[in-house]
Design a protein around this ligand. Structure first.
Ligand SMILES: C[S@@+](CC[C@H](N)C(=O)[O-])C[C@H]1O[C@@H](n2cnc3c(N)ncnc32)[C@H](O)[C@@H]1O
Length: 236
C-alpha cells in the first residue's frame, strides 16, 4: 500500500469510522447517534470497493449523510485518501461486514441503499455467501424507510437474475422497471465505477435493478440477526 494511503488510514480513518462501540447489532442505533447531528437523508453503500461511487454521491448531495462499508483495506484506503480536506462531517465508514452496521441500525433509518457489483460467488455451493439473500433482504427492508430506494447492479447475468428473483419475491420491495431500457441502461446521472467500465470494455453488459421500499412492515424477529447456533460450530 502506498505511503499516502497508509497515512490516510492512520490520520483520517479514525475520524470517519463508525465507532465499534455503537455496533451492538440490536437494531437500536439512530443515524443521529452516529453523526451527532440530525440526519435527514442517509445513503448506505455496501462494499464500496475504492469508493468512486460513494465520492460521487457525496459530491452530488452535500447536505446528505453517508455510510459506506468495505472490508477490503486497499479499497478503504483509496476512498479515505480521496476525501477532501477538511474531512467532511457527513461520512462514516466501516471496515468490515456491512451487516454489523445494518443490524445495529434502527428500523427506517436509510433512504438509499446501494449494492453495486457485489461479489458473484459463481459456484452453487457458495451462493449462500451472496449478499442479496432472503435473510439479508429482510434486513435491508427493515432499515430502509418507506419510499426508500435500493439499487443493485451487476455485469454477471446469472447474478442479476438471482438478485431480481430474490428481491421481487420479497414482499417489501417494488421493482421500478417498466421496460427493458430501465434495467439495461444506467439511470440518469449515474456514475460508472472503474469496475463497471472494465466489464463494459470486456463486452459484458451492466444490469441496473432499482426498487422502492413499500410500506409493508417487517415482522418482529425478521430483519434482525439470527443468534449463532448453540454448541460447537460445525465447520466441515
Ligand atoms: C466486486 S467488488 C465491487 C466494488 C464496488 N462496489 C464497485 O462497483 O466497484 C465487491 C466488494 O464488496 C465487498 N464486500 C463483500 N462482502 C461484503 C460485506 N459483507 N460487507 C461489505 N462489503 C463487502 C468486497 O470487499 C468488494 O470490495
Amino acid at each position: 500500500m502506498h505511503q499516502g494511503r497508509m497515512d490516510a488510514l492512520e490520520t483520517v480513518f479514525p475520524k470517519v469510522e463508525v465507532p465499534r462501540s455503537l455496533l451492538t447489532e440490536k437494531a437500536s442505533l439512530t443515524p443521529s447517534d452516529i453523526f451527532g447531528v440530525p440526519v435527514e437523508k442517509l445513503h448506505f453503500e455496501i462494499g464500496f470497493g475504492a469508493g468512486e461511487h460513494l465520492h460521487y454521491i457525496m459530491r452530488e448531495n452535500p447536505t446528505h449523510h453517508f455510510i459506506g462499508a468495505e472490508p477490503y483495506m486497499n479499497g478503504m484506503s483509496a476512498f479515505i485518501k480521496g476525501l477532501p480536506t477538511p474531512t467532511p462531517e457527513n461520512i462514516r465508514v466501516h471496515a468490515d461486514d456491512a451487516l454489523m452496521v445494518l443490524n445495529s441500525l434502527k428500523d427506517a433509518s436509510v433512504d438509499f441503499l446501494y449494492i453495486l457489483n457485489p461479489d458473484p460467488w459463481p459456484k452453487s455451493r457458495h451462493h449462500k455467501r451472496r449478499i442479496v439473500s432472503e435473510q439479508n433482504l429482510a434486513v435491508y427492508a427493515r432499515v430502509l424507510k418507506t419510499g426508500g430506494m435500493m439499487i443493485q447492479t451487476t455485469d454477471v447475468d446469472e447474478l442479476a437474475e438471482w438478485m431480481l428473483t430474490k428481491t421481487i419475491n420479497c414482499p417489501y420491495f417494488e421493482w421500478t422497471a417498466e421496460r427493458p431500457e430501465d434495467w439495461k441502461t444506467a439511470p440518469n446521472g449515474w456514475m460508472s465505477t472503474r469496475y463497471e467500465n472494465k466489464g463494459k470494455e470486456a463486452g459484458r453488459s451492466q444490469t441496473y435493478l432499482i426498487y422502492h421500499r413499500n410500506d409493508i412492515v417487517v415482522p418482529k424477529g425478521q430483519g434482525v440477526p439470527i443468534p449463532p447456533p448453540k454448541g460447537k460450530p460445525k465447520i466441515y
